[in-house]
Write a protein that binds this ligand. Sequence first.
Ligand code: NAP
Length: 310
Amino acid sequence: MTMSNTNEITDVIIVGAGTAGLSAAIYAARAGKSVIVFEGKMYGGQIVNTPEVENYPGIKNISGFDFATSLYEQAKSHGVKVVMQNVIAIENDGAIKKVVTPKDTYAAKSVILATGAVSRKLGLPHENEWVGAGVSYCATCDGNFYRGKTVAVNGGGNTALEDAIYLSGICEKVYVIHRRDEFRGEGHFVETLKNKDNVEFILDSTISELRGDGRLESLIIKNKKTEEETELPVNGLFVAIGQIPLNSAFADVVELDDAGYIVAGEDTKTSADGIFAAGDGRTKKVRQLVTAAGDGAIAAIAACAYADEI
Ligand code: NAP
């Protein structure tokens, strides 16, 4: 049974302690508002899995984990309360919004949704079973387990390319398997990979089967042009084929697009008054650390103004 915490009204409730959510929290707290951030897992969001961040203005080089920890500590230092609970629903029946967790219900004048996204799965047999036994979604977290071994990275976006660069410094051999012959990720990452002796591209190809005995031992690769299937022995597979937004709990309060992203423009305003969307979970073209932080600032300023008006 859930408790009700709705006697106390928080100015700004933020759902998600990733870059967007924590940036919003810092802005709202510094504006003198009461702020609660809800997080179901660990603070930091996706950047925690990035080995090196070199494109955040003003910071030459930092690990994703250190960046996230610094952001979290910065938010806490400004008086932001962080509650480690999943938000399972938002109720938007009157001026005050209710934020529902499995344990409690909280009241807020305004809400910022910043839950981001999770890794897309291949959907193949053994994929879930062999996570930690050859299958991974996080090169930074698991790369070291494959030191001196042969691995494959699947995907053609920045994540896959950066993962492959990182793994090429640890592993004996890295295959980059991508379903097209052009990359979605940045060209300079592709150039870096082309110059590495231990990296090989397998293009126009998908993974049709994961094989092994209790753990991953090989991949069946299907060439989309020739339809030819080949077996590729690997010790590990790093799946980096994009993300799925984590917005299903909000589908009845804000409009989502076909892919599940919250429909919101650069002003972060959603279809519901007083509910804002920041970060990778909203409709946008550029999903970067700096745009997540920018979204957080914009959403916080809008949420604070909304809270002042009601
Ligand atoms: P992404 O850009 O959406 O790329 C996903 C890749 O996986 C695409 O190449 C896609 O192929 C492929 N793919 C999708 N579904 C597939 C399937 N079922 N089977 C095989 N391949 C599949 O995702 P991401 O690389 O995770 O990046 C997400 C966002 O974060 C992007 O905006 C990215 O720029 C950003 N990011 C930035 C940095 C950085 O700036 N340092 C680092 C990491 C991520 P197609 O290309 O054919 O669609």
